[in-house]
Design a protein around this ligand. Sequence first.
Ligand code: IMP
Length: 429
Amino acid sequence: MGNVTVIGAQWGDEGKGKIVDWLASRADMVVRFQGGHNAGHTLVVGDKVYKLSLLPSGIVTGTPSVIGNGVVLDPWALKAEVEKLRGQGVRIEPDVLMIAETCPLILPIHRDLDAMREDASGAGKIGTTRRGIGPAYEDKVGRRAIRVCDLAHLGELDPQLDRLCAHHDALRAGFNEPPVDRERLKRDLAEIADFVLSFARPVWRDLDEAKQRGRRILFEGAQGVLLDVDHGTYPFVTSSNTVAGTTGSGTGMGPSAAGFVLGIVKAYTTRVGSGPFPTELDDETGQRLGERGHEFGTVTGRKRRCGWFDAVLVRQSAAVSGVTGIALTKIDVLDGFATVKICTGYRIGDQTLDYFPAHAADQARAVPVYEEMEGWSGTTAGARSWADLPAQAIKYVRRIEELIRCPVALVSTSPERDDTILVRDPFAS
Ligand code: IMP
């Protein structure tokens, strides 16, 4: 029994929540390795609905849950989420929640900067979640970040604050904003420190211990491969590496930890925020996909852009992230379409490409080449075996496998946990 890494293989919102929840119930530990509270998913356990942004999904069922060093942590968002879940009866104590003491903090100045930049960018805005994710990662690589472990040394914080504030004051001046209120920042940090520190640990040791004991670890990715800062549709991406390879660097477990890489893939395509989207549909069909798929962001409530399945992009995601198998989700949203289309390449001028070009100008000119398939009139909703699926729906799934060069391990046919066709158990692989 090895580890499993779950990642989104499109632009996020592929339906990771349900799959992660199902796998988390069978894991010994659930670990987040990148991103922050820009992620969002909803867990339905019995008749209760839990909304998580920062905490790993295992938390709800009491599975030891780890926030790795690759995550950027907003201490106030953490407290709010913990208190909300405690209010719903979830036990969150240091034996179930462990936070890497090397996590960089997202501070109010990061949130400010994210919003100032977005507001000033007009049509060129990224469409971020305004949670301060990008600015916090910038300070991490700029070696100016305040980290979780610094909260235990507040008396020694001044030299670090000098560097951090000098940087931010210059940026803020460019937006005609006053300098950082340093005393207030120190007071706020002093107030929240004990809460965060109660969960802080050298988690690399816990993970090493888990490895030595042969524990099953589920790595829970956030966002999607097409939002990866290296491999995604740059600059319209998030500021972390969302690919499966980050499990090692984002936790301290080394490159072999990822195990079975399960790419979550929606049976069509959606995207929130700005950026290229070759198969986007600005018509009734796009509207229908959005309505049937309830395509509104969990974190920001924004309407998601919708379009046909793009096999070129998913093939690329699967390749750069080393996907072992995919979980195909929300196929029931396509029920009742007379025909369905799959993008199999792009035409740019007189050239045809079988990959997504790197440059924004080429991306903007890429016209999708479609393969059209007959749809299905029966329903896939609630199917739990291949035999429950209409023949055309099976053909659609098989064609996707062929085009993306990756086998299907699971097909999800409704938000219900058991409405899943299990082809290959990732934990048993
Ligand atoms: P940021 O991560 O807030 O900096 O946002 C950068 C881009 O990533 C924007 O296009 C966001 O809409 C997108 N994004 C960030 N987190 C998620 C997510 O969890 N699901 C889908 N899109 C996301």
